[in-house]
Design a protein. Structure first.
Length: 211
């Protein structure tokens, strides 16, 4: 549909105001909010994610596209809720205790939202207990831990131990990421998944939530 394609194309180049007015126009024309979300906003963000994965675009372009998506989805949120449309899954994300870096975490969050997941953002300097408590209270399927410092990586293992102690380890998947983190470290501490970039992290979270 022409209008939905225009939404997708303008989102990809980060034209937030145009995206917002096109979404309003689509709603006024009676296109279902779910179609606008899936075929307009998420379709556009999915292309942005692929381009980012292939190094065709970089962080600044992703940020402006995400801002355009947020402006469009703000209009749709109440309409989707009224229609009873559920997110494809719920995830909590944060940078681990002692670490205040959030650019990587924010990128992962945007990519996940771009895949239709609901993301609870805990911010930075998040304790193991907070990750686990949030997962229990908000019924999150996935806990995502980010670290940029080698000195804070060990908190990821604390998160896994806290999930075991709380009896939810078999109910949630624990994903880890960040510059010093590796596949080897993921296996060593018993996390479920390590991904090398934000787009892959979003794909993995979607797969976990679908299980």
């Amino acid at each position: 549909m022409e209008l939905l394609r225009e939404i997708s194309e303008n989102l990809q180049i980060g034209k937030a105001k145009i995206v917002k007015s096109l979404v309003e126009q689509a709603v006024a024309e009676g296109i279902s909010p779910e179609s606008i979300l899936n075929e307009g906003l998420l379709a556009g963000m999915s292309i942005v994610g692929e381009k980012f994965k292939n190094n065709e675009i970089y962080v600044p372009e992703v940020l402006v596209a995400a801002r355009a998506m947020n402006m469009g989805s703000q209009i749709l949120k109440p309409l989707l809720a009224a229609e009873g449309v559920k997110a494809t899954g719920k995830v909590c994300i944060g940078t681990v205790q002692g670490d205040l870096h959030d650019i990587g975490k924010n990128l992962v969050k945007m990519m996940m939202e771009g895949k239709g997941l609901e993301v609870v953002d805990l911010g930075t300097d998040v304790s193991a207990e907070t990750f686990v408590q949030t997962a229990i209270e908000q019924d999150c399927k996935v806990i995502c831990c980010s670290a940029l410092l080698t000195t804070t990586m060990s908190v990821m293992e604390d998160v896994i131990k806290a999930a075991e102690a709380a009896g939810i380890r078999d109910k949630v998947k624990i994903m880890i990421g960040g510059a010093p983190v590796s596949e080897e470290y993921c296996r060593k501490i018993g996390a479920d998944c390590y991904t090398v970039d934000a787009a892959s992290a979003a794909d993995a979270a979607v797969a976990f939530c679908a299980e």
